[in-house]
Write a new protein. Structure first.
Length: 150
């Protein structure tokens, strides 16, 4: 009998831990239009990003996290800063609340996010403001950028 109770309690812990991990991972993969991807927010300090994700790998002016799934730029067009200026992903694992991700159709972007789409992109924002650009090819999203438009 004791063995049965132990197994039941252990199984309960495993299920609870799995649920917590699943909900945490979905939050850490959320794109908030004009604001953030995962735990990274526009304007956030590089130190805070590194505390959350580690130092990343620098390449061609970008810092790569999660094996290249997320690229972060700390350099504005005017000067080098210590805060997030832009980030980009080509990975389908990041998604908006409405489910838009790399691989979504332009039709879904228009319907779910109500964004104007033109040749090669769907865009929010205005110069000097936080913006999101969903780059498209053959009517599908291939890359998502969140940045300050110049």
């Amino acid at each position: 009998m004791r063995k049965g109770i132990f197994v039941a309690v252990l199984l309960g812990f495993v299920v609870a831990a799995s649920a917590a991990t699943a909900s945490g991972s979905s939050r850490s993969r959320l794109i908030v239009v004009d604001r953030s991807i995962g735990r990274i927010h526009l304007g956030e300090s590089r130190g805070d990003v590194e505390n959350a994700l580690g130092p990343g790998t620098s390449s061609h002016g970008w810092v790569s996290y999660f094996g290249g799934r997320l690229l972060v730029d700390y350099v504005s067009k005017v000067r080098k800063t210590t805060h997030v200026q832009a980030f980009v992903t080509g990975w389908s694992g990041f998604r908006t609340h409405s489910g838009i991700h790399v691989g979504s159709t332009v039709r879904d972007v228009r319907r779910r996010l109500h964004l104007p789409c033109g040749r090669g992109s769907c865009t929010t924002g205005a110069p000097g403001k936080p913006s999101t650009i969903l780059f498209t090819r053959r009517a599908k999203v291939v890359r998502i950028e969140v940045l300050y438009l110049s």
